[in-house]
Ligand binder design. Structure first.
Ligand code: ADP
Ligand code: MG
Length: 373
């Protein structure tokens, strides 16, 4: 059992900078929770308060139901992996991993058991006698994780552990963290500024901005039902297109009118607008790049001009602008286009696009909250 509960946790630095405001979160035993948000939003501060490396200005933190506000880091049953995993350069990998256990005066046969077991899980058995300088970045990061693993903690805290790795290695290590999590079967709190990492790793994601929680939810929830404009634009790449648009209500049915073109709001989205009785008026309309498509001949559509065509392999990212100069990004699966159609997609080419009504998002212009969730 290792639940973590934060209640009205606050951090004020130097009596003036409020880094974290009234942070409330209930993390279940064995849950993998990711804190994500732009640099400076308070992710590390919150994690460090859980670890006991940073004093709490107000509120309580409980681990397993026990208030730990006044407990030393070593007494909290946590292990932590940082972005800058300083390994001891003069020690072998084995000794690096064994270091904290030796400090605890654990018998050597027991240390051997734990170190070799961790090395096995992490795939670094062959490197145990090497010094850190003879390892790649990814291997060093595994040693740093091994060092935290052998302490058999109740909660595993990771602060941007992959940020120092190159893109390819980061993808590989991300998959390894998923496997590690299955093997360790413990509670994780993972900090990252990378929405892809958050989406792929988290059971639940906590999206933060300026020290406030913007939304807590599963990857599917935050992607499909973003609570506000900030979450909508932060989650998903390329980011959601946002347009100032009129919302119309006629005979109980809703329509939007982006760039003067009237499109029906279909399916569940239309029903939710009706159920909430959202009034007609100016709104911010959100459409993800994959939810805008090239219109078929004769279909009601919006004329645009192509500015940049990014060939991503399996898909194209078309940067287009409308007649009033609004820039949009449209994602088109490469497989949907003939070779001739692809040849045509050069700068200045005229296209017609349309939005899928059943996957539109609607935000209040003033307070930027989602109008239907
Ligand atoms: N030791 C410190 N003293 C003063 N301000 C700090 C300190 N550490 C962080 N901050 C401030 O607190 C805010 C949150 O920082 P941090 O938790 O490191 O953000 P993140 O990890 O999300 O990038 C920032 O405005 C940062 O400048
Ligand atoms: Mg940080």
């Amino acid at each position: 059992m290792a639940s973590v509960k934060l209640t009205k946790v606050k951090k004020v630095y130097d009596n003036k900078v409020v880094a974290v405001h009234d942070f409330d979160l209930d993390i279940k035993d064995k849950e993998f929770v990711v804190f994500v948000g732009p640099s400076g939003c308070g992710k590390s501060t919150t994690l460090r308060m859980v670890a006991g490396l940073e004093e709490i200005s107000d509120g309580t933190i409980e681990i397993d139901g026990e208030v730990v506000n006044d407990l030393q880091p070593k007494d909290r049953g946590i292990a932590m992996v940082f972005q800058n995993y300083a390994l001891y350069p003069h020690m072998t990998v084995y000794d690096n991993i064994a270091f904290s256990l030796r400090l605890q005066k654990m018998p050597e046969d027991q240390i051997y058991e734990r170190v070799t077991n961790a090395a096995e899980i992490l795939g670094i058995t062959d490197y145990l006698m090497r010094k850190p300088r003879a390892l790649s970045g990814g291997q060093r990061q595994r040693v740093a994780i091994g060092r935290a693993m052998v302490r058999e903690s109740k909660v595993f805290l990771m602060d941007e552990p992959l940020s120092n790795l190159d893109a390819k290695l980061r993808n590989q290590m991300r998959a390894e963290i998923i496997l590690l999590r299955q093997k360790l079967n413990t509670t994780f709190i993972y900090v990252t500024h990378d929405q892809t990492e958050a989406m792929t790793l988290g059971d639940r994601i906590v999206i933060m901005k300026d020290g406030y929680i913007m939304q807590v939810g599963t990857p599917t929830e935050v992607f499909e039902r973003p609570a506000n404009l900030f979450v909508a634009e932060f989650i998903g790449a390329p980011k959601m297109n946002i347009m100032k648009t009129e919302l119309l209500k006629e005979n109980g049915k809703y329509y939007v009118k982006p760039f003067g073109v009237k499109l029906p709001v279909d399916g569940e989205k239309g029903e939710l607008l009706a159920k909430k009785n959202v009034p007609a008026g100016e709104i911010l309309l959100g459409a993800r790049p994959e939810h805008i498509r090239l219109a078929k001949p004769g279909e009601t559509s919006i004329p645009v001009t192509l500015e940049v065509n990014e060939m991503m392999g399996s898909e194209l990212h078309l940067h287009v602008y409308t007649e009033d100069g609004t820039r949009l990004i449209v994602r088109v699966p490469t497989i949907d286009l003939t070779a001739a159609e692809r040849e045509n997609l050069v700068q200045g080419h005229k296209l017609n696009i349309t939005f899928e009504g059943k996957v539109m998002h609607f935000f209040d212009e003033e307070n930027q909250t989602n109008l239907i969730y």
